[in-house]
Design a binder for this molecule. Structure first.
Ligand SMILES: Cc1ncc(COP(=O)(O)O)c(C=O)c1O
Length: 397
């Protein structure tokens, strides 16, 4: 039996594979500290779970809903994006999906023809590149460099635009580096998109986890609403990764195509979880705020701890919950260091190259784990690297 040839084009998200390797190691009796997955370690706030469970048990919301979401959730999202992002939109432009990832999928499917180019951040969330290639497009890497605080270099982005460019993907705050775009960067990207008639896929999933300054949503800039897909969701802000709840705010002309793609793929998003989403948006925000405050404390702990390890440097991330330290002084590949730290130290992080070739030299550690675990991980990393320096012996599977 043969796979369709396009399956040779699709990539993956190695966090899930690294987590599986870490669990296999744990099954042999080893203790592993998990810093690989990008998910808050907190429970979903109780009022959100209560609302969903009432919708399931009392209101029997176990049927299909409208393809792009129930009306009260769309109304709540219209108000929420106005409040947090300053975006003026309508319920018709809101597309609710099982997680935010499908918005990337639909954006590429709906907009990218064979051979058309998508400029995306590299290192970056691996699905941008994977999906651009899968639909027959050409992903064009915009390198994010440590020397530029891992921001997109907008002059370089402009130089990458060709007659075939159709889309620019932005992600601020950024996975895996925690970088943020400045207002000036965002304005420049808007100028380029407008002048060259491009669509922007603005991945704002970490928008509420920006620790300095206020994020600027590109869709609010003149002329951008009709060419921006704003992607966001509930996974990160409200610790709801397993709920699978996300959304896109799309231009009016694109909304019917997204609706059709939803109908062709998933029909709609789970009914009772959408009620939980309303509670998340309209209920008390103290739990989300407390998580954010805790992430800020953990950020200091891990960044200071990493910088205290000889040979390791780590720039201060400005948002999300990832540190992206530089291990290049050890003269090994990021994959080797990631393996060594897993199998020698029992600390699971991700190789920077899991996010593209420009991630070489780095590892990504998610600091969505307790301060105790982070401190223990830092100690183990320091010991293991000191041993590596002493013996020259890399440990692997
Ligand atoms: C940058 C970025 N965008 C989007 C997503 C997708 O989130 P979800 O599908 O859980 O809503 C993630 C998840 O890790 C992410 O890191």
């Amino acid at each position: 039996m043969k796979l369709a040839s396009r399956m040779g084009l699709i990539g993956t998200e190695t966090a899930f594979e690294a987590a599986a390797r870490a669990r296999a190691l744990e099954a042999t009796g080893r203790d592993v500290i998990h810093l690989e997955l990008g998910e808050p370690d907190f429970d979903t706030p109780a009022h959100i779970s209560d609302a969903a469970s009432r919708a399931l048990l009392d209101d029997k919301m176990t049927h299909y809903t409208a393809a792009t979401g129930i009306a009260p959730l769309k109304a709540a999202l219209v108000a929420d994006v106005k409040r947090w992002k300053g975006i003026d939109t309508t319920p018709e432009q809101v597309v609710v999906t099982p997680g935010a990832k499908p918005i990337m999928f639909y954006a590429m499917l709906a907009l990218i023809n064979e051979g058309e180019e998508v400029i995306y951040p590299n290192p970056g969330f691996p699905i941008y590149e994977s999906m651009a290639r899968y639909v027959g497009g050409t992903p064009v890497a915009a390198p994010l460099r440590e020397a530029n605080d891992f921001r997109m270099d907008v002059a370089e982005v402009e130089s990458l635009v060709t007659d075939k460019t159709r889309m620019i993907v932005t992600n601020s705050p950024h996975n895996p580096t925690g970088s943020i775009l400045t207002d000036e960067d965002v304005r420049e990207i808007a100028r380029i998109a407008t002048e060259r008639d491009l669509v922007v896929l603005a991945d704002e999933i970490y928008g509420r986890l920006q620790y300095e300054g206020e994020p600027l949503s590109i869709a609010t800039l003149p002329g951008m609403a009709e060419r921006t897909i704003t992607l966001d969701g509930f996974s990160k802000t409200f610790a709801m990764t397993g709920w699978r709840l996300g959304y896109g705010i799309v231009p009016e002309w694109l909304a019917p195509s997204f609706s059709r793609l939803v109908i062709n793929s998933v029909s709609c998003t789970n009914a009772f979880t959408q009620v939980g989403a309303i509670a998340a948006l309209t209920g008390p925000q103290d739990a989300a705020q407390a998580m954010r405050t805790e992430f800020i404390a953990r950020r200091s702990l891990i960044v200071e701890g990493l910088n205290a390890i000889p040979g390791v440097t780590c720039v201060m991330p400005h948002g999300a919950f990832y540190a992206f330290p530089n291990f290049s002084s050890f003269g090994r590949t990021s994959n080797q260091i990631a393996d060594h730290l897993l199998y020698d130290a029992g600390v699971c992080g991700l190789s920077g190259t899991a996010f593209g070739q420009y991630g070489e030299g780095h590892l990504r550690f998610s600091y969505a784990n307790s301060r105790e675990k982070l401190s223990a991980a830092l100690e183990r990393i320091a010991d293991s690297l000191a041993k590596l320096e002493r013996t020259g012996q890399l440990v692997s599977a």
